[in-house]
Design a protein around this ligand. Structure first.
Ligand code: SIN
Length: 281
């Protein structure tokens, strides 16, 4: 793929790329937007350095990709629930996204994308890792792919105790999704179960489901599917929740790491081979 308006430098052959030559504070001309979108669909997570975005500009960037999603429970900034706070410091007892997950996959229509802007980073550490779920699916044997393709799984969110006194924005969601989803833009199959939210494969007995999910949760962590991003202040990461999982590394306690995430709504995960049409699930 060649680009005329931006420079794209892959982080690994499998996932992740840095994008240069664009100032995200400015409204993106159509040709630049199309190349950023192409880089994002090709590399699944893209990174930008030295982007001094205001919250308004961050919201504007998100809206360029679609309608914004509101997290069910996390605190937000500037009285705007679309500006999710990502923050850890010496008083933190937990952080967001410490385990492998796809953002709010328990929503009936889980987020398509997330755009995280970190304002403050620790002196070292605080990286985020992403894993490629196309690669995770493609690395399975044809027999395992054929077994999983028709299956669906229950995803449940439980934010109890995560956010102190902050009142949730809405009820914790739950949904049944295909175990393997077909990406609506690329048509490729991606594994869509994650340790953060997926509780049960509904087509299997409880014991079989537990064993299969344990295997799949290990499988998605294969280092060969991953990239790891070292943040600087004013770095931005934009990832595709439909075909990646990520986890934030909390190795910097008691230092502070702080930023804002804008999240973009997605559609209902679908696989024509799995459990009927979306309307029937
Ligand atoms: C998240 O959005 O899951 C948190 C990611 C991070 O803090 O790196």
């Amino acid at each position: 793929m060649s680009y005329e308006h931006i420079r794209v430098e892959p982080l690994t052959p499998t996932i992740g790329a840095t994008v240069e030559g664009v100032d995200l504070r400015e409204p993106l001309p159509d040709a630049v937007f199309a190349e950023i979108e192409q880089a994002w669909l090709s590399h699944l997570v893209i990174f930008f350095r030295d982007q001094h975005l205001s919250p308004e500009q961050h919201l504007g960037l998100g809206r360029r990709f679609g309608e914004l999603h509101v997290h069910p429970a996390a605190p937000y900034a500037h009285d705007n629930p679309e500006l999710m706070v990502i923050h850890a410091d010496a008083d933190s007892h937990r952080i967001n996204g410490e385990g492998w997950h796809s953002d709010v996959s328990a929503d009936i229509e889980p987020p398509m994308a997330s755009i995280l802007h970190l304002h403050q980073v620790p002196s070292r550490g605080g990286d985020t890792c992403w894993s490629n779920m196309y690669a995770a699916y493609e690395a399975l044997s044809p027999a395992m792919q054929a077994l999983l393709d028709p299956m669906t799984a229950q995803h449940v969110a439980d934010y109890t105790g995560n956010y102190g006194d902050h009142a949730p924005q809405r009820e914790s969601p739950r949904a049944v999704h295909p175990v393997v989803r077909v990406h609506p833009a690329t048509g490729r199959k991606a594994l869509y179960v994650n340790a953060g939210f997926t509780k049960r494969i509904v087509d299997l007995s409880r014991e079989e489901s537990r064993a299969m999910l344990a295997f799949l949760f290990e499988h998605v962590k294969d280092i060969n599917f991953q990239c790891r991003f070292e943040w600087q202040a004013d770095s931005i990461a934009m990832w595709d929740n439909r075909c990646t999982q990520h986890m934030a590394v909390w190795d910097y306690f008691p230092e502070t790491r702080s930023g804002i995430r804008v999240t973009i709504k997605g559609d209902r995960p679908f696989n024509p081979e799995a459990g009927g049409s979306p309307a029937e699930r």
